[in-house]
Design a protein around this ligand. Structure first.
Ligand SMILES: Cc1ncc(COP(=O)(O)O)c(C=O)c1O
Length: 420
């Protein structure tokens, strides 16, 4: 390929170039080599827990960083009681579940977590998945059929889109959070079973799904609603039940899905709803039926995390949101574009790939850890860093992070404004 490597993206290497599908496209390997300095920012090695301050490997050495990269929103990943509970389960239940939940991987701890999640969310039943991605993919593909329609926001997470692809249903897309566009999308295939797939907080843009407005539109077409609460469960709503609780639409959302990898600080996914729907799904969600259950040690940690979230959640959420609001306000004063974000997930928009990677190195050198987000995960002109603020960050952590951003991003943003 005789194209400037800086103009290429992951979307350029999907065609099979060689006769052997096990061989990576040579053009991809060459592109990776040319951009090795940028690729170094990916798959960072965390050398300690995902706390507000931690250490990562950078330039071959341990580097202390302020962590705006982990989804440990309430700080439960490294809560001492969670760690103690996991230790205890390691002694009683060993390391792995050693089987799928359907045949052999279900323990008393799994059953307990199912019932406590169901009770927490006010649903009849809940089921657990060994990954959030598998949970979303398994739920969508387990329930939708060929003649159905998945109606997806154009910023939907890939796990939801892949679920629709796997189910071989028809898909319709609507403009992000746009009620008129959803209305038009639902009109295309009226007469079919349609499922509107929304998110509580969008993972790249950090804005809330407009659940009330979009539910109204879905209901006017007789369509059902599914809400992915991956980033919103425990972080939103008075009781921490997520964005559906926050916006008062829980009774209109029959099926709630979330992950344990973010607010809960662990791993896995869950879906909660009616007994009948979940009984059906237990037999048709492939990532549930054909994949090993979560390790009991993780389940025990999750049981404790849920207990703490129910007990201390309101206080933790207060700090989380105060931190998020403070960080938003100060980023605004620095002239940093955070797009549509109104939550603790925020893009720091750079808009130029080369500049983003150069700044990414500078930030790590100076001890600030944020995630690079490149096209096609976001549009070309929205290439950004993603920052996640947690309840564990102190004002000193946030102020230090802001000082680093003021020294690095603010001049870069001004440079862009000057050039354009
Ligand atoms: C909206 C959304 N759904 C699903 C997932 C998948 O969750 P997990 O990382 O727990 O597999 C993510 C992960 O980032 C997400 O942001």
């Amino acid at each position: 390929m005789n194209v400037d490597p800086a103009k290429l993206s992951l979307s350029n290497f999907l065609a099979g170039e060689s006769r052997d599908p096990l061989q990576a496209p040579p053009s991809f390997t060459a592109w990776m080599q040319a951009g090795a300095w940028a690729v170094e920012l990916y798959e960072p090695e965390l050398l300690a827990s995902a706390d507000a301050r931690t250490s990562i490997r950078y330039d071959g050495k341990s580097q202390s960083v302020i962590n705006l990269c982990s989804y440990n929103y309430l700080g439960l990943a490294n809560h001492p009681d969670v760690i103690a509970a996991a230790h205890e389960a390691l002694n009683t239940h060993g390391l792995g579940a050693c089987g799928s939940p359907m045949l052999s991987g279900m323990t008393d701890l799994h059953r307990e977590l199912e019932s406590r999640i169901a009770k927490f969310l006010g649903r009849e039943d809940a089921m657990l998945f060994n990954s959030g991605f598998g949970g979303a993919l398994g739920t969508i593909s387990g329930l939708l059929r060929k003649s159905d329609v998945a109606v997806l926001d154009n910023r939907s997470h890939l796990s939801l889109r892949d679920g629709a692809v796997l189910s071989r249903c028809r898909t319709e897309k609507f403009e992000h959070n746009d009620a008129a566009s959803l209305d038009a999308a639902l009109s295309h295939k009226s007469g079919r079973r349609q499922l509107v797939i929304l998110e509580g907080i969008y993972s790249m843009d950090g804005d809330f799904g407009k659940l009330m407005e979009l539910s109204n539109v879905a209901e006017s077409h007789g369509a059902s609603i599914f809400v992915d609460e991956a980033h919103s469960v425990l972080g939103c709503g008075k009781q921490g039940r997520g964005a559906a609780e926050e916006f008062g639409v829980e009774d209109r959302v029959p099926l709630i899905y979330g992950t344990f990898s973010k607010g809960f600080g662990a791993l896995g996914g869950f879906v909660a709803g009616s007994k009948e729907t979940l009984q059906y799904l237990r037999f048709y969600a492939h990532p549930y039926v054909y994949s090993c259950a979560l390790p009991p040690v993780v389940i025990a940690g999750l049981l404790k995390a849920l207990e703490i979230a129910i007990r201390d959640g309101a206080a933790l959420r207060k700090v989380l949101w105060e931190n998020a609001d403070y960080f938003h306000e100060k980023l605004g004063e620095l002239g940093i574009d955070t797009g549509m974000s109104t939550t603790y997930v925020m893009p720091l928009v750079i808009g130029d790939r080369e500049r983003m990677y150069r700044l990414g190195h500078e930030l790590r050198r100076r001890g600030l850890w944020v995630a690079p987000v490149d096209y096609p995960a976001v549009p070309q002109n929205r290439i950004c860093f993603r920052a996640c603020v947690t309840a564990k960050h102190t004002r000193a952590d946030l102020d230090e992070a802001l000082n680093i951003l003021a020294d690095t991003l603010t001049p870069a943003v001004q440079e862009t404004a000057h050039v354009s």
